[in-house]
Each structure stands twice: as structure tokens, then as C-alpha cells.
Ligand binder design. Structure first.
Ligand code: PLP
Length: 660
């Protein structure tokens, strides 16, 4: 089984061992409340003061305030609330305040959401204005200079979480030099990665987050410039000199303190030059593995720990899945739902074409990573490239062996079906959806197929039978719909007896009127998931609800025991071929048969003929394998199970590459 390589450091990081020790100490031996005046409290107070002093030195806080809180989202709220309360007071006192709340177009959502929320709540009615960025992701300083006289508050970030683009804070500061606007800089992705000397800047507020730099989640800091307006977000017992009440998160503060101390001592984290070297190695492997790759932000202006890229012809879902199969954890550079990626607003703001902003991948690593892990990651990236190539998904792909039979492609719960006849290289598609057209074309092209017919189950006109080698696709009108029956037939045959129908593509048609046309076990392939989770049969539908639902779930521990007592089990990987090829086998590294879910309808017939063969399906997260097992059970195969939670829950501990 391959060990996980975590390359998603901009999302969160593992906690540094020294930070874990410090947190355990603060929860165990030195658990006191820093507000208590007895010995236990005093010890906690020393710890609290030590962590703050270290942070103050590192960030160059000068006379400013540094408040511990729960993280950057809280820090952003506090900064925005403070600024807006001050703006409201100034306006009420008749002072001139600008009318704009300006924020960088690529800010983390916490910023515009907080601005909109507090602007509404405080009844300020200021205008939110997204400051454009250039093609390199950097703020448009000419636009900012023009806006500065009207800006009441400006929010920018030190470095972008998706692209790693580093902002020109000196340039922004200069653009704001003659404006009396307040200025917040979200420093989350800059902590430990960029040299900060806050007192030398005109930044008023700077939120930080512990979990992006090897401290636990739930601890953060807010810098407030000396003299900058402040309004507490949380009132109560007066902790943090009344600026942020609530008993301090001492475990978090101790851990963050340990990280900051390590940063100050300089022995734990790789130098900028080393990190640049690591990024160059990853980029070289990516270029070799994924022809046509484009990096979405130039390396000279980005954090050396972040790479953001897109690959022509590959969706982010496909790239995420193949990396995940190789146990390389990366994220899509955009909000990604199960099937589709919403385009990244960050990349859109940079003016990148749609295909790049909706298919981007972010690879980001922590500054504790070592050279051996980078080597391992490079090897796996190249394995992913080879897997995609062997599945015909890259432009220089080897031609994969032509698939034969029925293939299901799905988009948002709606199915398109392909019938492929490998011997004659003839194909037909039923209910092709526009969203799936590119995949359909690629599949036909890579297998050298000629499309004989593109059929629709909602077609009103009569269509002639379609011959695909030894297969016959027979249209039939049923009520207002057209369904297509598929079976083997010799050249002279123009009809199919019910028992000879292997598959029936039924669109939205009701099943009852089909009884005269289909055999009891002909596989009914519908047009959407709402009609049947995958495919069904008349016999399965007649039986539905008559038997109690069996327990088909195996967890990782249950699977190990199951495999021991059933040595003839067939493990079936229902992930795509490229995911299977990129992975190091099935659960526990065991060999597995690869039947992608899209090919299940073709394989079912063979499994129905060996009903006593135990089958265990697995996939990445357990979703696809659940569909497979429920489909087979419904069709009457009683000897099948699936791995709940998928491979994700069976992986070994990640390579953290942390200094001990
Ligand atoms: N700002 C940026 C740039 C971030 O990357 C994040 C985290 O994703 C946040 C703010 C929010 O930080 P937290 O998780 O500490 O609330």
C-alpha cells in the first residue's frame, strides 16, 4: 500500500511534532487558566506571554497590538467590524469618509462576505468594489490609485491561497499613501513564507491563522496597528486586555508558540531557495507527465510552495481522481462538486480562459517537506501521467484497447449510453448530452470507432434498426417514447425475441408496457438516476420491496476479516481505468479486477452467470462502489458487498515529512 503524500498545504497542514508536544503540555502538566492568580495560572500566563512575545518579534509588531483568537475568519470579522464602526463614527461626526469598501478580486471569500455582512448589519450602505487584478494575479495599482480617495476601507491579501501569487504590498501601500482609508491585509498564506515587518507598513489590520503553518485548527492572531480603531467582536471576561474575551485556547497558543519559535530559530523549515528547487522538480515532472500543461501563475511572483495548473482536455475531477489514486493529495483550484468544477473566481479574475479556470489543480506543500518526499511525489506524478496516457486521455496517448459493449456516461444524474462493437468498430450513442459530448468524442476517437447513429429516446419519428457488427439496435415505439433494444442477431435478422434482448435503453419510459418486449433479465438502462440507480430488469422490479435490504457494507476492518474467511473473493475496482492504473492495487495492496462503473452494465451479464462468486466493490470514497453493489443486489446477485468510505479510509498514515 502506498503512503499518502500530502500536497495540499494551502488548505491546512499537519501539526508540527514540537507543537503537538507543546499543546499536550498545555493540556496536561500546565493546564492552568492564565487569568488565575495562583501558581498554575501564573505558569499558563508565562506560556501565553512567551508565545505572544515571539509572535511580536517575528511579525515586527512594534507598538501595535497582537491578539490571539480562533483563526483568520474571526480576525477578518474583527478587523472589518473595527474599521466599519470607525467609519460610521467618523461619518456621524461629519468627517469625510469614502463611499467604497474595496477588496481584491481574488480575496478569500471570508473578506467580501464579512464586508457585505457588517456593512448591512451596521446600516452603512457603502458600496463593495472588487479591485481588479492583472493577468498575473497582482492588484491593478492604477485602479487602486484612482479609487483611493473614495475608499473607506481597502482589503488585500499578502499571498493568494489558490495561486500563491504574492501581492505587491509596498506598491499597494504607496497607492494608499495619500488616502485616509483603513487597510486590512489578510496575511494567512504569508505567515512563515514572507518576511513581514508590520510596523514599517501602513497596514492597519493583519489576520493570521495557525493551521496554515503547522499549528492546530482553531488558533489565530490579529495584528492591529498602534492607533488603528478597534471594536471587540466578543465581549465577556476581559481576556486579551478586553480586546477578545473568552478563556484563551492555551493548547492552540502553546502549539502556535512552538511553531513560531521554530520559525525564529530557523532550523525546522526549508529555505526559500530549497523550496524553489523542490517546486522546480515538481514542475519538471508535471511537464513530463502531462503534455500541454499550463501553469496559471508565473513562478517569479508566487510562493515557492504553490503550483496551480491546468491540462488541456482534462477536467479537474479527472486529475484529482488520478492523483488521489496514487495517494497524492492535491485540491482543485476551484470549488468542486462531485461531478463538476465551478470555475475558480480567482483565475477568472485573472482573465484566464474558462477551460483553465474550471479545470485547475492546486498543488501546495509545507516548508517542512524533504527531498525524498519530493522524489516520491515526482515518481507518482509520472505514474499518473502514464495512467492517463494508457487510458487514452492525453494527446500523445497510446491507443488503449478498444472497449466493447455498453458504456454508461453520466452528468448530474442523467445518463448517456454508448454501444460499441469492437469487431466492426461501429458505435451508436443513445441520449447524448451536450455536457458529455467531449468525453463521448474522445472515447470513440481513442478506440477508432465510427459513429453509426446518435439516437434519442424522446425522438418522435420512426428510426430504422441500426446494425453494429453482430449486434442489432432495434427502435420500438412504446406509448409516446422510443426505446432501443440491443441484442446479438445475424445479418438477416430484423427483430429480437424478448429473451434475446440483453440491454434496453428506455429513456424516461414507464416499465410496465415493456413486458412484451423484454426478457425478465434483460438489463433496463434508463436515462436518469431517478428512474433506477444504475440499471434494472423486469424481474428485479417485480421483486423490489419484497425482501429486506441486506447489509452490503464492509468497513476496512470488516473487509480484512471477510477476506480471510472468503479467500476466493473477487475484489472489483469500479474506479476509472486511469485511477486503477495509477493506484498501487486495491485495499491492503491486493490485486483487483478493474471494471469502471461506466462498464458495469456490460459486465453484469457475466456475473449473473456465476451467482455464487463473492464480489467486493471498492472505489475512492465509497460512492461508486455503493451504486455497483446496490445495482447487483437488486438484480439478484446475493454475494456482493462494498467497501464503505472507499480507499480513502484504508490509506496508510500520510508522509508528513516533519522535523522531529
Ligand atoms: N484567508 C485565506 C487567504 C485563507 O487561505 C484562509 C483559509 O482557507 C482564510 C482566510 C480563513 O482562515 P481560517 O481557516 O483560519 O478561518
Amino acid at each position: 500500500m502506498s503512503t499518502e503524500i500530502y500536497l495540499d498545504g494551502n488548505a491546512t497542514t499537519a501539526v508540527l511534532p514540537a507543537a503537538i508536544d507543546a499543546a499536550l503540555h498545555a493540556m496536561g502538566a500546565d493546564f492552568g487558566n492564565p487569568s488565575s492568580s495562583h501558581g498554575a495560572g501564573l505558569k499558563a500566563k508565562v506560556l501565553l506571554d512567551g508565545a505572544r512575545a515571539c509572535a511580536r518579534r517575528l511579525l515586527g509588531v512594534g507598538e501595535g497590538r497582537l491578539i490571539f483568537n480562533s483563526g483568520a475568519t474571526e480576525g477578518i470579522q474583527t478587523a472589518v467590524l473595527s474599521a466599519l464602526c470607525a467609519i460610521r463614527e467618523r461619518r456621524a461626526a461629519g468627517q469625510r469618509v469614502g463611499s467604497l469598501l474595496v477588496y481584491g478580486a481574488t480575496e478569500h471569500k471570508a473578506v467580501p462576505e464579512a464586508l457585505a455582512h457588517w456593512n448591512r448589519l451596521l446600516g452603512l450602505d457603502l458600496l463593495l468594489y472588487a479591485l481588479p487584478v492583472d493577468a498575473g494575479g497582482r492588484h491593478d495599482l492604477d485602479a487602486l490609485r484612482a479609487l483611493a480617495p473614495e475608499a473607506a476601507l481597502v482589503c488585500t491579501m499578502a499571498a493568494n491561497n489558490e495561486t500563491g501569487v504574492i501581492s505587491d504590498l509596498d506598491g499597494i501601500g504607496a497607492a494608499l499613501a495619500h488616502s485616509n482609508t483603513l487597510w486590512m491585509v489578510d496575511c494567512v498564506q504569508g505567515l512563515g513564507k514572507l518576511a513581514l515587518n508590520l510596523q514599517a507598513t501602513r497596514i492597519d489590520y493583519a489576520p493570521f491563522s495557525g493551521h496554515k503553518l503547522f499549528a492546530p485548527k482553531g488558533i489565530g492572531m490579529l495584528y492591529v496597528r498602534a492607533g488603528a480603531p478597534f471594536t471587540p467582536l466578543i465581549m465577556g471576561g476581559g481576556q486579551e486586555t478586553g480586546l477578545r474575551s473568552g478563556t484563551e485556547n492555551m493548547a492552540g497558543i502553546a502549539a502556535l508558540g512552538a511553531v513560531l519559535q521554530a520559525l525564529e530559530e530557523g532550523n525546522t523549515f526549508r529555505s526559500h531557495a530549497e523550496l524553489e528547487g523542490f517546486r522546480a522538480r515538481l514542475a519538471a515532472s508535471l511537464r513530463r507527465a502531462l503534455p500541454g500543461i499550463v501553469f496559471n501563475a508565473a513562478f517569479e511572483h508566487t510562493l515557492p510552495t504553490t503550483l496551480n495548473f491546468s491540462v488541456p482536455g482534462l477536467a479537474s475531477r479527472e486529475l484529482l481522481d488520478v492523483f488521489d489514486a496514487a495517494a497524492v493529495r492535491v485540491s482543485s483550484g476551484s470549488a468542486c462538486s462531485a461531478a463538476k468544477a465551478a470555475p475558480s473566481y480567482v483565475l477568472q479574475a485573472m482573465g484566464l480562459p474558462d477551460w483553465r479556470s474550471s479545470s485547475a489543480i492546486r498543488m501546495s506543500f509545507g516548508a517542512t517537506i524533504d527531498s525524498a518526499t519530493i522524489d516520491d511525489a515526482c515518481a507518482r506524478i509520472e505514474r499518473c501521467g502514464a495512467a492517463l496516457r494508457s487510458a487514452g486521455l492525453l494527446p500523445d496517448a497510446k491507443v488503449p484497447p478498444a472497449a466493447d459493449g455498453v458504456v454508461q456516461l453520466s452528468d448530474a444524474g442523467r445518463h448517456s449510453w454508448l454501444v460499441l462493437d469492437a469487431a466492426s468498430r461501429a458505435a451508436a450513442v443513445i441520449d447524448a448530452q451536450p455536457a458529455l459530448q467531449a468525453r463521448i468524442d474522445a472515447l470513440l476517437h481513442s478506440g477508432g470507432y465510427t459513429l453509426r447513429a446518435s439516437l434519442r429516446t424522446d425522438a418522435a419519428d420512426t428510426i430504422a434498426p441500426v446494425r453494429l457488427g453482430a449486434r442489432l439496435l432495434l427502435p420500438c415505439r412504446v406509448a409516446d417514447a422510443t426505446i432501443y433494444l440491443l441484442g446479438r442477431a445475424d445479418a438477416a435478422q430484423t427483430t429480437l425475441a424478448p429473451a434475446a434482448v440483453r440491454h434496453a435503453f428506455t429513456g424516461q419510459a414507464a416499465l410496465a408496457p415493456l413486458a412484451d418486449l423484454l426478457g425478465a433479465d434483460s438489463l433496463i438502462c434508463p436515462a436518469s438516476e431517478t428512474q433506477s440507480a444504475f440499471c434494472t430488469s423486469l424481474r428485479a422490479e417485480a421483486r423490489a420491496g419484497q425482501t429486506a435490504a441486506d447489509d452490503v457494507n464492509l468497513d476496512a476492518a470488516g473487509l480484512a476479516a471477510f477476506l480471510q474467511s472468503n479467500p476466493n473473493v473477487l475484489l472489483v475496482d469500479v474506479r476509472e481505468a486511469y485511477e486503477h492504473a495509477a493506484s498501487a492495487g486495491g485495499p491492503g495492496g491486493r490485486a483487483a479486477l478493474n471494471i469502471p462503473l461506466s462498464r458495469l452494465a456490460q459486465q453484469i451479464e457475466a456475473w449473473q452467470q456465476s451467482p455464487s462468486q463473492p464480489l467486493v466493490f471498492f472505489c475512492r470514497s465509497g460512492n461508486r462502489s455503493a451504486k455497483a453493489v446496490h445495482c447487483l443486489r437488486r438484480l439478484g446477485h446475493s454475494q456482493c458487498w462494498h467497501l464503505v468510505g472507499g480507499m480513502a479510509l484504508t490509506s496508510a498514515a500520510p508522509i508528513l515529512a516533519l522535523a522531529a
